[in-house]
Design a binder for this molecule. Structure first.
Ligand SMILES: Cc1cc2nc3c(=O)[nH]c(=O)nc-3n(C[C@H](O)[C@H](O)[C@H](O)COP(=O)(O)OP(=O)(O)OC[C@H]3O[C@@H](n4cnc5c(N)ncnc54)[C@H](O)[C@@H]3O)c2cc1C
Ligand code: FES
Ligand code: FES
Length: 435
């Protein structure tokens, strides 16, 4: 297959092989050796490139995906006579030792600084949270990024090079799914390409990039429609989701790292069906419905029935998850709590999505959903019903929490991890119900 894209400001073309990854294309076909393979599974950031000015891991990006897009590597920064002020700041602040992480760090920093003129320290830390440095230490790197912003002597907004993007239609995908038995749909690739790597095999893929029908968020009556290829970054930032499904916006903002959130999609998160998937608990409290399409047929299934076992859904081989419909909640307090081993790049050990409507100290409606505890995330409906119309007071909260904990043990027995998880869950739900 031939692809064309903009590389560091120049239009380029090349032939790629089946399942070729961008990391390989850049190193072997364009001799760009600043893009390096560290972990190859999306955890270190040494392979970071900018696609349309946003950081992505090139080790988990199919090269076909950048067809028609803008790709930048660190060479872009010093393409104009000498070092870029950001590079100079890294040297001045002592933010480079072995240099292995440096190209990726510079690119993520550059992406932040072209969007935010004066980011605070937390924003800088968040932006580089998908790039590991194992020798310099982060303080100097953060200081360098902070210092670079104050140097006004650089081209802040890069000019856009136009290149034709070949748009596909949903119908093309449905047809391909019918005609190509055994092919897998690939969206962001953050689950599939890790799996492919671990299994040392090559799947046949049908790609979901550049399909507008699948990449939208819109309202239809009291429902919100979310296209399956919407990324976690877009959900985290979207105005409708922040207003009417806040727990989903928060949950998507906790997934992986900025690079993983720019690549991973909500559809992929659901079809992968991990018990720890962050989008599932919030979607459950919003009564999510999965829209499954095959040629000439559309099916709607509640998310609670779509996931049938850990890592298993009821989707059929010729079906595409095209959209997720959720109910927007009005007048609720809403949130998402994730317990994990560290702040970034961490899978939930326990998670709770919640939405509470209360009037004059009385619970009108309580929605709760628990992830990463039982084989599948679930809503404790008996507790939700129990709380309806009850006063927000300690004895009621205590009884509600004990109903949840008892229900979990009845569902899945006393697992070894429950010695740790149940007391944590007790504390979390108590805190949430107390408000
Ligand atoms: C380093 C790292 C950190 C991560 N951290 C988190 C985390 O904190 N929380 C979390 O929940 N997940 C995490 N993940 C997992 C992953 O990023 C998410 O599950 C992501 O949402 C998957 O989406 P994707 O588009 O990349 O899926 P893909 O890898 O493209 O696909 C995943 C599965 O879904 C299928 N699929 C995708 N889209 C469709 C569709 N529209 N219709 C039918 N089938 C489809 C594919 O065939 C495949 O079986 C992490 C992954 C990595 C590598
Ligand atoms: S090589 Fe480690 S994230 Fe890509
Ligand atoms: S400078 Fe050595 S890993 Fe960051």
């Amino acid at each position: 297959m031939k692809i064309s894209f903009v590389l560091n400001g120049n239009k380029v073309e090349c032939e790629i092989e089946k399942n070729e990854r961008l990391l390989y294309t850049l190193r072997e076909k364009f001799s760009i050796k600043s893009v390096k393979e560290g972990c190859a599974i999306g955890e270190c950031g040494t392979c970071t490139v900018l696609i349309d000015n946003e950081p992505h891991y090139s080790c988990l990006t199919l090269s076909s995906k950048v067809n028609g897009h803008d790709v930048k590597t660190v060479e872009f920064l010093n393409s104009k006579n000498g070092l870029h002020p950001l590079q100079e700041a890294f040297i001045k602040e002592g933010a480079v030792q072995c240099g292995y992480c440096t190209p990726g760090m510079l690119l993520t920093a550059y992406s932040l600084l072209i969007k935010e003129k004066n980011p605070d320290i937390n924003k800088i830390k968040e932006a580089i949270s998908g790039n590991l440095c194992r020798c310099t230490g982060y303080k100097q790197i953060v200081d360098a990024i902070k210092a670079a912003h104050s140097n006004k002597n650089w081209d802040i907004i890069p000019k856009k090079q136009e290149i034709e993007v070949l748009k596909k239609k949903k119908e093309d995908i449905l047809k391909a799914l019918t005609e190509n038995k055994g092919y897998k749909v690939i969206a962001g690739g953050t689950d599939l390409l890790v799996k492919e790597r671990k299994e040392e095999r090559k799947y046949n893929y049908i790609e979901l990039s550049n399909i507008d029908d699948l990449n939208m968020i819109k309202e239809e009556g009291d429902r919100i429609l979310i296209g399956a290829t919407v990324t976690h970054t877009d959900l985290n930032k979207n105005e409708i989701i922040n207003k009417k499904a806040k727990s989903l916006a928060i949950a998507c903002g906790t997934i992986g790292s900025p690079q993983i959130r720019n690549m991973g999609t909500i559809g992929g998160n659901l079809v992968n069906a991990s018990p720890a998937a962050d989008s599932i608990p919030p979607l459950l409290i919003h009564d999510a419905i999965c829209v499954l399409e095959s040629l000439g047929r559309i099916k709607e299934i509640p998310l609670s029935d779509f996931i049938v076992a850990p890592y298993k859904t009821s989707i059929e081989e010729n079906e595409l998850l095209s959209c997720i419909k959720i109910t927007g909640l009005y007048g609720y307090e809403e949130g998402y709590e994730k317990v994990a081993k560290r702040a970034s790049l961490a899978i939930a050990r326990l998670s709770v999505a919640w939405a509470i409507k209360e009037k004059n100290g009385i619970f009108e409606d309580v929605r709760l959903s628990i992830g990463s505890c039982t084989p599948m995330p679930f809503r404790p409906k008996d507790m939700e019903n129990f709380l309806k119309g009850k006063k927000r007071e300690e004895s009621v909260i205590k009884e509600a929490v004990s109903m949840v904990l008892k229900g979990i043990i009845e569902k899945s027995g006393m697992r070894p991890s429950y010695r740790y998880k149940l007391p944590v869950l007790d504390g979390l739900i108590t805190k949430i119900l107390r408000g």
